[in-house]
Design a protein around this ligand. Structure first.
Ligand SMILES: [Zn+2]
Length: 409
């Protein structure tokens, strides 16, 4: 089984310099070949071989190093990994309708990868060019299970250095529970509420995250009054970056807790196959959607379901989960995004919009895997005896939101 963990690095002065050289060289190689690949494409568009591939750039890199000998100072494999990342970016651009690869800017998201010769011992991580090992904190217990390290990615965030370790452990995944309507749940991912479950449980976006966002906005406003390029300006930017980092950690922590709680609790979890990119094009909901990061949440849920032997059923995103009445099956075509309450003109059901959708999602999922007949049948466990808005219960997991140890050290 492959898993990953992130630790905070504490490099000494010399190691910091060498880390910066790695960031810089990998960025340089990435940007250099981004231009080369574009140039080649422009001049060879109609030729039989219209673009450079990874191996072409790898060969060219050997020549480039002779021209810029400082490239020899860094791990050759990290430079090659930079070419791999670029190659993937181009593949996504050509085949997956993703944006054209962008230049990596200095001071942006700096990173480099190390694919081989990595060793962890006594809270130090050793890899080529870092023979003394870099001290790190966090995840010692987890890391004791390591069977084999596949790769590490070193990143810099708000002036701190981090290492994501991707590794194999001996643990085999448990066998999946058999699909059953019993202990199944439908999940609606929303803007107002983070998730709404088909049994009436709603989980709100945590307040500390909203608070932190406000604080960041205030800091950003203050920045405009400082002189660009001054010491104070730089200090202020670092302050904002640190807050952003904390916010990212809080959100990640929140998604971790919620996905774990759901995967542990339910045997069959039904969720919409969301097209996040498509949703983000809708300006009104773009911000919130990005904030609550559905994509990351779903990835976590998929992974945790595997880990606990649970089932995930994905339903098509064109299934009308919000428009359909969960009691009588009437379809309400004029339901607007702003309508928070679903009121059915046919049977009179008045219900929270997201709750109604989550009940439908569960039902669509059960139909999809053949546990429920396609004709409309109300889901007994979720709707029996419910009239009006179901009182929401809150999950206790939302209350805590401590930042991750790995980030705070
Ligand atoms: Zn109805």
């Amino acid at each position: 089984m492959i898993t990953a963990t992130k630790v905070k690095l504490y490099p000494n002065k010399t190691q910091k310099v060498l880390l910066e050289k790695h960031f810089g060289s990998c960025r340089f190689v990435y940007n250099y070949f981004l231009v080369k690949r574009d140039e080649y494409y422009i001049t060879h568009k109609d030729a039989k071989k219209s673009s450079l591939n990874y191996f072409d750039t790898q060969n060219m890199l050997t020549e480039l190093k002779k021209q810029y000998p400082w490239l020899y100072e860094v791990n050759a494999q990290s430079l090659q990994m930079s070419l791999r990342f670029l190659d993937n970016a181009f593949k996504n651009f050509f085949h997956k309708n993703v944006e054209h690869p962008k230049f990596r800017k200095k001071g942006g998201k700096d990173y480099f990868a190390v694919p081989q010769h990595i060793r962890i011992e006594n809270n130090r991580i050793y890899f080529p060019k870092f023979s003394e090992g870099i001290y790190f904190r966090g995840s010692e217990k987890k890391l004791s299970e390591i069977k084999n390290i596949n790769q590490i990615i070193i990143t810099k965030d708000a002036g701190y250095y981090f290492c994501s370790i991707i590794y194999e452990i001996d643990n085999e995944l448990p066998e999946k529970k058999s699909l059953s309507a019993e202990n199944s749940v439908g999940i609606d991912l929303g803007v107002e509420k983070f998730v709404t479950l088909s049994n009436g449980i709603a989980i709100e976006n945590p307040r500390f995250i909203t608070k932190m966002e406000k604080r960041i906005k205030k800091l950003q406003k203050q920045l405009s009054r400082k002189k660009e390029g001054s010491n104070n300006y730089r200090k202020h930017i670092l302050k904002i970056e640190k807050k952003f980092m904390k916010l990212r950690n809080e959100r990640e922590d929140f998604r971790d807790k919620i996905s774990t709680a759901i995967a542990k609790q339910y045997d069959t979890i039904i969720i919409e196959d969301l097209d996040v990119q498509g949703m983000q094009q809708n300006h009104h909901i773009a911000k919130s959607i990005g904030d609550v990061s559905f994509y990351s949440f779903k990835q976590k849920l998929l992974w945790k379901a595997d880990r606990y032997g649970k089932n995930i059923v994905e339903i098509g995103r064109f299934d009308p989960s919000s428009k359909l009445c969960s009691r009588c099956g009437n379809s309400k075509k004029d339901l607007k995004l702003s309508d928070r309450i679903y009121h059915c003109n046919v049977c009179g059901l008045t219900i929270d919009r997201d709750y109604n959708a989550s009940i439908n999602i569960r039902k669509f999922g059960l139909i999809k895997v053949g546990l429920v007949q396609p004709e409309f049948t109300p889901v007994e466990t979720a709707t029996s005896g419910l009239h009006g808005i179901y009182p929401y219960r809150q999950m206790s997991v939302v209350e805590s939101g401590s930042p991750k140890a790995s980030a705070e050290g």
